[in-house]
Design a protein around this ligand. Structure first.
Ligand code: MLT
Length: 393
């Protein structure tokens, strides 16, 4: 008889955002007149910028002509996009070899798939609260997970703890869900900790494009020593509106080796076996993100979302509600008013103000009593949501 992966039985029944989507559609079905404003899942609303659209069109045209048609592409991504990503890293002082850059269909897949190259016996350290994918993918493999507290006392930026050593350490900065971001000195502590314990850091930099503070690194490789302990995941989803288009990249330095194996070679072996590369057309679009004009256009979109974050923060300031994030991040992580629990606050906002957010408890025990709002709506809806919020408090 077939034996299934019983570790799936240890997962919560639904993925957090699937659960929220179901609740919201049930509410909408029962209240068709409700004008719901969605600030839950971090999904972008602005269309792809003109440069990207031009790139996509040129990819389509190439596919229409025998001379430029592409079949299977390189599993690691086309050289033109690897070069573009390499140039982007160089723009903030990080030098990479082209073969250290792996193009993919997004950070979420890579963050999950990377676990293929690690033994199931490794212990995993994740902050609590945390992006649920880190916990769920390790639970699926049956790995032992330990948690480090992120809370108001440490500004939601926990630092290494000698009592909590692990083989695989997850760091997301700017953080999902809290929006807090490590500065250089703090990140250096994690890099030193990982190097001294022979741990690997899985560094999720999906929100790097939102960083404004000079002292917050855009890449972990800005920190000395990171190339012997860290893999970095990045995505064009939030940076350039690719949530539906799908493209990201993962950096696995050649200097990263454990147990006598080069992680770069293992990941290449894994990708060439299980992945046939991101579509050529999408990579042509992605290439344009890194041109001068593309950067100008995506920066304008990010600025637009930043304005939304400001609208949210100023409403929370007015209401005296505490929060982190919103500055180097599209997420605003607030403390639920009047000591409310996260899911109660979720229900209240949905029912009384027709606003959807994400209950902090969905990100871990320490998320209880907190709530995440995203800045990815449009100005009008964001402002309207904040007026509604003020109306109920
Ligand atoms: C989120 O809302 O946390 C993100 O959109 C989820 C993701 O990027 O997969």
């Amino acid at each position: 008889m077939v034996k299934v992966n019983k570790n799936y039985g240890n997962l919560k029944e639904n993925y957090l955002f699937a659960d929220i989507a179901r609740k919201v559609s049930e509410y909408q079905a029962a209240h068709p007149e409700a004008n719901i404003i969605r600030m839950g899942i971090g999904d972008v609303t602005l269309p792809l910028c003109e440069e990207v659209i031009k790139g996509l069109h040129s990819g389509v045209d190439d596919m229409a002509k025998a001379e430029t048609f592409k079949g299977y592409g390189p599993e690691q991504g086309y050289g033109f996009l690897q070069e573009a990503v390499k140039g982007y890293y160089e723009s903030y002082g990080v030098s990479l070899d082209k073969n250290e850059i792996f193009i993919s269909d997004g950070a979420k897949s890579d963050v999950g798939n990377i676990l293929d190259i690690f033994d199931k016996d490794n212990t995993v350290l994740v902050p609590d609260p945390v992006y649920p994918v880190y916990v769920d993918t390790n639970t699926m493999d049956g790995r032992n997970i330990i948690y480090i507290d992120a809370n108001e006392d440490n500004g939601f930026l926990p630092l290494p703890d000698e009592e909590k050593k692990a083989d695989i350490i997850y760091i997301c900065s700017p953080n999902n869900p809290t929006g807090a971001a490590y500065n250089r000195e703090q990140l250096k502590k994690w890099v030193d900790f990982a190097n001294s314990n022979s741990s690997v850091i899985l560094y999720d930099a999906a929100y790097e494009a939102f960083i404004v503070d000079e002292d917050v690194p855009r890449s972990i490789y800005e920190i000395e020593g990171a190339k012997t302990c860290a893999i970095e995941f990045c995505s064009l989803s939030k940076t350039a509106g690719f949530t539906g288009t799908r493209c990201g990249y993962t950096v696995v330095p050649n200097t990263l080796s454990f147990d006598g194996f080069s992680l770069n070679k293992l990941w290449l072996r894994r990708q060439t076996t299980k992945f046939n590369g991101t579509s050529y057309i999408v990579q042509k679009g992605a290439e344009q993100v890194f041109t001068e004009e593309g950067q100008k256009e995506i920066r304008a979109n990010i600025d637009y979302y930043r304005e939304n974050a400001k609208i949210i923060m100023s409403a929370l300031d007015e209401l005296g509600i505490k929060y982190t994030g919103g500055k180097n991040s599209p997420y605003i992580w607030l403390t639920c008013p009047n000591g409310m629990k996260s899911w109660d606050f979720f229900d209240l906002l949905l029912e009384k103000a027709n606003i959807v957010g994400t209950p902090g408890a969905g990100f871990g025990e320490n998320g209880e009593g907190h709530f995440r709002l995203t800045a990815f709506s449009n100005h009008e809806k964001t402002a309207e949501a904040m007026e509604r919020l003020k109306g109920i408090f």
